[in-house]
Design a protein around this ligand. Sequence first.
Ligand code: DAH
Length: 340
Amino acid sequence: MLEQLSQLEAEALTSLEDAEDEADLEEWHRSYLGRRGRLTLLLRSVGDLPKEERPAVGRRGNQVKRALEAAYEARRETVRRASLARLLAEGAVDVTLPGRPTGPGHLHITTQTLREIIAIFAEMGFQVYEAPDVETDEMNFGLLNMPPHHPARDMWDTFWISDTLLLRTHTSPGQIRVMRERYPEPIRVILPGKCYRYEQVTARSEHQFYQVEGLAVGHGITMTDLIGTLTQLARRLYGPERSIRIRGSYFPFTEPSIEADMDCILCGGEGCRVCKYSGWLEIAGAGMVHPVVLRNGGYDPDEWSGFAFGMGVERPAMLKYGIDDIRLFYGSDLRFLRQF
Ligand code: DAH
C-alpha cells in the first residue's frame, strides 16, 4: 500500500506538468483529489488494512495528499500567470484604457436649498456674510441682550467648549459681527450657517442644523419692510399664491418680536396633517432689532433702525420634498442623498 501511494504520487505530479489551462487543472484535480479521485479512494481503503499497518499508511497517505494539494496550487498560479502574459502579448488587455469611472457627485440637498434661499435674497439686494461656528458666550447671548443668568438663555440648549466658548446655538450672533464690521454703512445681509444644540435627536430635531439669519439696518426701516421681505421669500420658494400671517412673539434681541407663518403649501389653509390642522406653517422668527442690540453693534438706535429674522433650512426642504425625518440629512445614506 505504501508503494502504491508513492507510485500514485509520482504519477500525479508528472501528469500535473501537462496541465496547461484551468480546464486541465480541474480535470486533474477531479481525477486525483476529487470525491471519486484515485488518491481519495485509496485513502478510503486504509480502514480495510490490518490494524498495525494503518497508522503508517495513514500518515504517508496524508503526506501525499498535502504534497499533491500544494503542487496543484503552485501549478495553478503558474498557469494563471502564463495565461495573463499570453493575453498581454496578444494585446487583449489594453492597460492604457481608462479605469471604471466613479460618477460625478452632486450638491447635498441642504446646499441646494441654501443656494436657492441665497439667490432669492440676492435678488432683493442681500449680501452673504459668514460668521464662525464657534462663538463666545458674549456674542451668542450677552450682546444679543441676554446677560448671564437671563432666563431666555434656556431657550437654547448649548454645547459648551469652555466657560466662555460654545458652538453657536443660532446664527444671530453674526448680527453683532456684521454691524461692528460695517458701521456706519447701512446693512442688508443674510448669514447662512450651521447651528448646534444639545438636544435629543429625533425625526424632528437634530443636534446640528442650518439657519439663515437676515439683517437689515438703515434709516427708516420699518416692520412693513420685514413683512414684505418674508412674503417675497415665501412666494419665491413656494409659489406666487402664498400668503403670510404675523403673530406677536418674544425674542430678547428684537422689539417688537414676531413669528411669521405662511399658509400651508399642501392644503392652502384648509388644515391637514402637514400643518397639524392649523392651516399655517411657521417660516421664521423675526422682529425689529432691539435698541440694545443696535447699540452693541455700534449703531445709535435714535438714528438707525433695522429688522432681523432667523429661519431654518432643513424644514423648508422637508416640506418641499415631503421628507419626514430630519436625521436623513446628515446620515450619509447615499440612497437618500442621490434622490435630490
Ligand atoms: N435666533 C432665533 C432662534 O434660533 C431665531 C430668530 C428669531 C432670529 C428672531 C432673529 C430674530 O434674527 O429676529 O430661535
